[in-house]
Ligand binder design. Structure first.
Ligand code: PEP
Ligand code: MG
Length: 582
């Protein structure tokens, strides 16, 4: 038995025979053409480009119908890449001047681009590499006159293992036959991860090289809850996971029944459970899972797969779409959090950063790029005339920065008033607390806003100086770390003193053991991915505030993440013995 650890991107457990997707699905056999025949070869290339672009557009249509426009747009961008005249020119030159076959020329050009991207050593760019591989495969398939039908030919349920899966391969996976998948590369924010989550296929990515350790047909377990893949499991592990799977089915049915029950502790305290969404289409899940509203709408996903910035109207329509699906419910719209690991296409190409997580990302980028920011602020304000919209600024580091953002917001309000455009003049304004400086200055920040939302995903990485996307420092990156918990405690106390509400919208809220300690620290609002809401609700309904408070007091006295994790796990085993992802 071998255990591999990666990044959990889509929850659930899959057990089945491995099916390995060949790294070189299309062989490039013939390398050269006869001298003087390059015009015919270039014509062949042109036909392939046309057909591949048509195919990508067709995928765009199918995916848009199945999952929504935002997902389809990924393949619209692929079509545009395939048709890029510079790409065609580069390949045609290789054919003309080196007598390479179209396949060989394409291979050389794509490899060159991949190398150039790899030399930038940037994670988001790594995600773009899979887009390039995707279009290469599409073109090669056309050139070879053969369709890549491997994935479609499956007749038995399997666990798919691959070096990488492109977004289009993922979006077209057949849920009947693909029980789960695991890849060697990939990060949390890759298109592949986003699509896997939307399809509900358990998935783990970023496992590092492991395909050489496994053969097709070997038994594999993909644990999408914990980001673990087990090759050739021993009998005990297999039984353990089979029990989890069985429990999961019954458990989900039970959780479904919780949908219409309030999230109230055994001693009668109401906890507000909100959902995190990336796309307007996900708003339906907020209702399905019995959440109280949207605690975090990551609006930067409007940029997914696009070359042009979304217009004010596109922003506005996306917000209204969420609003219409959730009448009367609060919707916290977070302003653009682009840069670093997310959608760097909108970041300024002039800025070459050694350390993007500490660079011009998020609010910093918006304040440098006020026109871009104003477009979004106008759209949010306009949408606020139609429902309970709240606005939240991400990555605030200083009070001055928050003030600058607010000034811009007021300026946009004035502009809309002059234009007689309706909006909510009292729109609640909040700030995320996800930078240690903001946490330490919570007292002052609290005077400036109506609410706080603690972004533990980033707060943990900045407190511990451990990149949240780097598996090599994952041992440091822990929500159990006493420094993290003490800082959260500090923020909650500041919010309480100022009489403003405070929420936690990082992944921490989604895990029962952390939800328990957060409630103990005084949190009365938690925001998590919609699929996690029922489990957190079950926890809330199983505890008393008093026991949560005692647990929080205990962990605040502890000195290591290990001790805290052990203690909290024991508590959860006692409270929710059937809880899964622990
Ligand atoms: C966070 O940092 O905790 C958060 C919720 O934001 P994101 O994961 O989008 O950075
Ligand atoms: Mg964040």
């Amino acid at each position: 038995m071998e255990i591999k650890r990666g990044v959990a991107v889509s929850p659930g457990v899959a057990i089945g025979p491995a099916w390995i997707l060949d790294r070189e699905e299309v062989n490039v056999r013939q390398r050269f053409i006869a001298t003087g025949t390059y015009p015919q070869e270039i014509e062949r290339l042109d036909r392939a480009i046309e057909a591949a672009a048509r195919e990508a557009r067709e995928v765009q249509r199918v995916v848009a119908d199945r999952l929504g426009e935002q997902y389809g747009a990924i393949f619209g961008a692929h079509a545009a890449l395939i048709e890029d005249p510079r790409l065609r020119q580069e390949i045609a030159s290789e054919i003309r001047y080196h007598s390479y076959t179209a396949e060989q020329a394409l291979d050389r050009v794509i490899r060159r681009r991949l190398r150039a991207l790899a030399s930038l050593n940037d994670r988001i760019i790594a995600d773009r590499q899979s887009d390039l591989r995707d279009i290469e495969k599409r073109l090669l398939r056309q050139l070879a006159g053969q369709r890549h039908e491997q994935l479609q030919k499956l007749t038995e349920p399997v666990v798919l293992l691959a070096h990488d899966l492109t977004p289009s391969e993922t979006a077209q996976l057949d849920r009947q036959h693909i029980l789960g998948f695991a890849t060697e590369v990939g990060g949390r924010t890759s298109h592949t991860a986003i699509v896997a989550n939307a399809l509900g296929i358990p998935a783990v990515v970023g496992l590092g090289m492991f395909l050489t350790d496994v053969s097709g047909g070997d038994l594999v377990i993909v644990d999408g809850n914990r980001g673990v893949v087990i090759l050739d499991p021993d009998e005990e592990t297999l039984q353990h996971y089979r029990r989890i799977q069985q429990a999961q089915v019954g458990h989900e049915r039970e959780l479904d029944e919780l949908r219409n029950l309030p999230a109230v502790t055994r001693d009668g305290v109401r906890i507000y459970l909100l959902g995190n969404i990336e796309f307007p289409e996900e708003a339906a899940q907020i209702l399905e899972r019995g959440a109280d509203g949207v605690g975090l709408y990551r609006t930067e996903f409007l940029y997914l797969g696009r070359k042009e910035d979304p217009t004010e109207q596109e922003h506005f329509e996306a917000y209204l779409k969420v609003l219409r699906q959730l009448p009367g419910k609060p919707i916290v719209i977070r302003t653009l959090d682009v840069g670093a690991d997310k959608f760097s296409s909108v970041t300024d190409p002039e800025i070459q950063e050694r350390n993007p997580f500490l660079g011009v990302r998020s609010l910093r980028l918006c304040l440098r790029n006020k026109n871009l920011f104003r477009v979004q602020l106008r759209a949010i304000l306009r949408a606020s005339a139609y429902g309970d919209i709240r606005i939240m600024f991400p990555m605030v580091s200083t009070i001055s920065e928050l003030r600058e953002a607010k000034l811009l917001l007021y300026d946009v309000m004035e502009e809309l008033s002059e234009e007689k455009v309706p909006f909510n003049h009292r729109i609640p304004v909040g700030t995320m607390i996800e930078v240690p400086s903001a946490a330490l200055m919570a007292e002052g920040l609290a005077k400036e806003v109506d609410f706080f939302s603690i972004g533990t995903n980033d707060l943990i990485q900045y407190v511990l100086a451990a990149d949240r996307t780097n598996e090599n420092v994952a041992y440091l990156y822990s929500a159990s770390d006493p420094a993290v918990l003490r800082l959260i405690d500090h923020v909650v106390r500041a919010a309480e003193r100022a009489g403003i509400s405070v929420n936690v919208c990082g992944e921490m809220s989604a895990e029962p053991m952390y939800a328990f300690v957060l409630i103990g620290l005084g949190l009365r609002q938690l925001s998590a991915a919609p699929h996690a809401i029922p489990e957190v609700k079950r926890l809330v309904r199983s505890i008393t505030i008093e026991e949560a408070r005692r647990a929080a007091e205990t962990v605040l006295q502890m000195e290591t993440a290990q001790d805290i994790t052990t203690y909290l796990r024991d508590q959860i085993r006692r409270i929710l013995p059937e809880a899964l992802a622990i």
